[in-house]
Design a protein around this ligand. Structure first.
Ligand code: ZN
Length: 300
């Protein structure tokens, strides 16, 4: 089984600390993974507003947000100005690519995107994606070819932009296998490679599961797949920091079971776009996450 590793990088601290650790640990195992960067200002502190949303407090207690993200990160945008990640950490971004990993766009401003995109219009969406595309180009001196929506938050205008920018693929949602999306009136041509496995933080602390149980659960789910491939999402802020030992146990177990750990670009290369099914892209709930997120819906 090919399992693609999709690494979301949400914060400045995650970029500086989590990314180099993951990049090195994976490269020494001969693995080329995919890193998706938040490229603009880190406004994680704004996320404190989410405290007032149902489900968030339970998640905070389960996963201990302060110890994962650090107090300083939680103050960006509140008491401290949010550092511009692509400018202040461009050396980390470049080093990640130099280590043989794929790089792509997560977003420009994670919190601003996550909290607004579902209800915003075309112009707002274009401004955010344009800023991310420009910031990516400034660092890498080449066009981005992939987009993985922050917080799995999307709208139909994003799908249109992914076509305009001729991205090779996007991974904006949760689902079971690669597909071409339709959302509202918009029929997209950029294939979606959804995250197919649960994340570690969605499992830890749920139903009495400890971290080791969560790893075992993901291993069991990895043995079969609707599309014969899997996409696993991890975060520089979690698996690149406190959960690194458990994540590496998962990686080593996957490899010892004969699974191939690859980048999403590699998964995309194996796809015949003309053969992909078309599915709705819908918003819905998922166990272990608060609020709604983008899901692979019914086939159309
Ligand atoms: Zn993210």
């Amino acid at each position: 089984m090919d399992i693609a590793l999709k690494i979301d990088v949400d914060t400045y601290r995650g970029t500086l600390e989590g990314v180099p650790r993951l990049s090195e640990a994976l490269a020494t195992r001969g693995i080329s993974a995919s890193f998706y960067f938040s490229l603009g200002p880190d406004h994680t502190g704004w996320a404190l507003r989410r405290v007032f949303r149902p489900g968030f407090l339970a998640k905070v207690q389960r996963t201990s947000v302060v110890s994962h993200y650090g107090l300083r990160t939680l103050l960006y945008g509140v008491l401290l100005p949010g550092p511009h990640i692509a400018r202040k950490a461009s050396h980390v971004l470049k080093a990640t690519a130099a280590a043989g990993h794929e790089t792509g766009i997560h977003c420009y401003d994670h919190v601003y995107w996550q909290d607004n995109v579902a209800t915003r219009e075309a112009a707002w969406t274009k401004q955010q994606v344009d800023r991310a595309v420009e910031a990516y180009f400034e660092v890498f001196k080449q066009q981005a070819t992939s987009h993985c929506a922050a917080g799995w938050q999307v709208n139909p205008h994003l799908l249109a932009l992914e076509d305009t920018y001729r991205f090779s693929y996007a991974s904006d949602c949760r689902g079971t296998q690669p597909f071409l999306p339709v959302m509202g009136e918009y029929f997209g041509h950029c294939p979606q490679l959804p995250t197919t496995l649960p994340t570690l933080d969605e499992l830890i602390g749920v139903d009495g599961n400890n971290t080791s149980d969560a790893v075992d659960h993901i291993l069991a789910l990895s043995e079969t797949a609707d599309g014969n491939t899997h996409v696993f999402t991890l975060h520089a802020e979690l698996e690149g920091q406190q959960l690194l030992p458990e994540f590496l146990r998962l990686v080593d177990a996957w490899q010892s079971r004969g699974h191939r750990l690859v980048s999403l670009a590699s998964l995309r290369k194996g796809l015949d776009i003309s053969q992909l099914p078309r599915h709705e892209l819908t918003m819905g709930m998922l166990p272990g996450r608060s609020g709604t997120l983008a899901l692979q819906g019914p086939r159309v």
